[in-house]
Design a protein around this ligand. Structure first.
Ligand code: 4GN
Length: 223
């Protein structure tokens, strides 16, 4: 999968060089192209934002640099083009799966008060929000999308982990334990040491229901 990320702050994306995503990029399973919108400005002072028509606080990202950047990286509109914004539809695991089937994604990160509406009207397929809160820019939401979607790209992580995880079952995950068997007076539950796999599965299912009832009862309508 190829993901283009358009931003005024490319240095914010260094975390994607790390860990599982970094490895997937190095092995060629993922192509993450971080594009500096400023490289596409035609302004002699490299200006990419301006004051809002109608007045008000803050700055608006100018349409020309963004339009030129999108036309340069995705001239034939092969990518699903997404703008990260608190006004978008709310991201969830179903959307992760939907996006993971695309050959290409293009993520546009706004900053300040956001981008000129005409960029959205002319170039963007959908607005997406990672939750009901406002950040200084779309970069962190874009990274969340890259990470969540990349996990479903073939070979990035093993398929068993994907099936086991929270939301695959429609419930939250059971607790995990590793060595030592006792830590600061707290013991690992006996059943996990028993080797009795039917009992272990039963315990995990009960724990999943318990944590889901406590934190996300909305997920439990039929369980
Ligand atoms: C996305 C962008 C939050 C989200 C953002 C989110 C930059 N904050 N909930 N901040 O996914 C106005 C236009 C704020 C750009 C935007």
């Amino acid at each position: 999968m190829k993901i283009d990320v358009l931003t005024l702050f490319p240095e914010m994306f260094t975390p994607l060089k790390t860990s599982i995503i970094g490895r997937a990029v190095d092995s060629g399973k993922l192509d993450i192209n971080i594009v500096d919108i400023r490289d596409y400005t035609l302004d002699k002072h490299k200006k990419c934002d301006d004051t809002p028509f109608g007045g008000g606080a803050g700055m608006v990202m100018m349409p020309q640099p963004i339009a030129s950047a999108i036309e340069a990286v995705d001239p034939d509109h092969e990518a699903k083009r997404i703008y990260l914004s608190p006004k978008g539809r709310t991201f969830n695991q179903q959307i992760v799966l939907e996006y993971s089937k695309a050959e290409r994604l293009l993520l546009l990160c706004g900053h300040y008060e956001g981008v000129d509406q005409r960029v959205l009207d002319l170039y963007i397929d959908e607005e997406l929000s990672i939750g009901d809160f406002v950040l200084t820019g779309g970069e962190i939401p874009a990274m969340a999308v890259v990470d969540a979607v990349s996990r479903y790209v073939d070979g990035v992580i093993n398929g068993e982990s994907l099936e086991q995880e929270s939301f695959a079952s429609g419930m939250l995950e059971y607790p995990h334990y590793t060595r030592p068997q006792e830590f600061k007076g707290l013991k690992v539950p006996d059943v996990l040491l028993s080797g009795h796999h039917a009992n272990i599965d039963k315990w995990r299912l009960e724990k999943s229901k318990e944590i889901t009832r406590k934190n996300r009862p909305d997920l439990l309508t039929d369980k």
